[in-house]
Design a protein. Structure first.
Length: 390
């Protein structure tokens, strides 16, 4: 993006006026001054238009962190030109914050490296980049800014508070323990591509012949409890703001991350849902660390939505019966919807409700629900481990 500075605009207007007056009234001196001004503007445009050949690489260390943990970005700029050294004004973009990058007399074939901290004091996805290089002519008439390199996201996950207890749901083994079977053998769940080490007796030959590659059956053990975490991301459920941030929603995200992480630690199936689902985010969980669009990545990117679709969400949960334990995490504005959530006990034998930031206790009509009133995620974890009904 190029633009004339105020000085450049004034000089260009003066050039046009001087040339017009000089030619109109035959004043060669004015014509000469106008021509000189026009040449100066043209020189400035030509100088600023020179595009340096820069190669920009960046890496985040690490690219996924919990809120408050340190993260750094390493930016390397290399001058791939062959003739001219680059002396430029550049800045990188780290979220909403510009980061100056010195590029003074960067010779051809040389590179410079800058390392700076990425802010992680808030949950979210911090976009870093692109590098913005600004060129100015010596007279200060023209500025030209160009982007270099791409954008790298840094995922700031919610804090995870350790949970020592997990729901056992409706399915138990005869000795009272939850059997942990990573690849169950009772009920068919889905088909996936064959990987080295899979048993050939699990190959689904008819589908393999149709798609042209080996496909194997993925089974699940129905005796394992299945946990459904429903995060209430409706704006009406979190009405209070502090510096533009709904602290009750941040606490609910921390609680959701804690439950999901505890379920993965115990090898229990878990599904993370949003009350107002994001179109681009799948409902199925991924890697526990958040890689590949996993639940922690989804929690980092979660935002409050203006739509109030709790009735449609509860209807879907009742219809699909995604598990046997439902964990509903909401804010002060979601207390009035506990009746609709409690009606799901016919489909989910165990229903746990976490209410964050409420100044009053849970209303009547919550019989049969495990209700945890907590000011933040840490208090939720402490009360969660104190529940005796797992």
């Amino acid at each position: 993006m190029s633009a004339l500075t105020a000085r450049g605009v004034g000089l260009l207007v003066a050039a046009v006026v001087l040339l017009g007056v000089g030619f109109r009234f035959a004043y060669p001196e004015l014509t000469l001054l106008g021509a000189a001004a026009g040449i100066a503007v043209g020189y400035a445009l030509a100088t600023a238009a020179w595009r340096p050949r820069l190669e920009v690489t960046r890496s985040a260390d690490p690219d996924r962190v919990a809120r408050g943990e340190p993260a750094a970005m390493t930016l390397t700029v290399r001058n791939t030109g062959r003739l001219r050294a680059a002396s430029l004004v550049a800045e990188d973009r780290c979220g909403d914050r510009p980061v100056p990058v010195p590029l003074l007399r960067l010779r051809p074939g040389r590179d410079t490296t800058v390392r700076y901290d990425v802010p992680t004091h808030r949950r979210g996805v911090v976009p870093v980049g692109p590098l913005r290089v600004t060129r100015r002519d010596p007279l200060g008439l023209v500025t030209l800014a160009r982007p270099y390199g791409g954008t790298v996201p840094v995922w700031v996950h919610p804090r995870v508070h350790p949970l020592h207890a997990v729901p056992t749901g409706a399915g138990r083994s005869l000795d009272g323990r939850v059997d942990r079977v990573p690849h169950g053998s009772i009920t068919f769940d889905s088909l996936r591509e064959y990987v080295v080490g899979d048993e050939l007796r699990r190959v689904h030959w008819r589908t393999s012949a149709r798609v042209g590659e080996l496909m194997v059956r993925e089974n699940v053990d129905t005796s394992l409890p299945r946990i459904v975490v429903l995060l209430d991301n409706r704006a009406v459920a979190h009405p209070e703001r502090r510096d533009g941030v709904a602290e009750s929603f941040e606490s609910a995200c921390e609680a959701a991350a804690s439950v999901v992480t505890a379920a993965y630690r115990e090898d229990l199936p878990v599904v993370l849902l949003m009350a107002d689902p994001e179109p681009s985010a799948p409902d199925a969980t991924g890697d526990a660390t958040g890689h590949g669009g996993g639940p922690l990545d989804r929690l980092a990117a979660a935002r409050l939505a203006d739509d109030d679709v709790i009735d449609a969400t509860t209807a879907r949960l009742r219809r699909e019966r995604l598990g046997d334990t439902l964990v509903f995490l909401t804010g002060p504005g979601g207390r009035d919807d506990l009746g609709a959530v409690g009606a799901l006990r016919a489909a989910y034998p165990s229903v746990v409700v976490g209410i964050f930031g409420a100044t009053e206790p849970a209303p009547a009509g919550t019989a049969g629900l495990v209700v945890i009133d907590a000011p933040d995620g840490a208090a939720f974890a402490a009360e969660w481990d104190g529940v005796r009904r797992w």
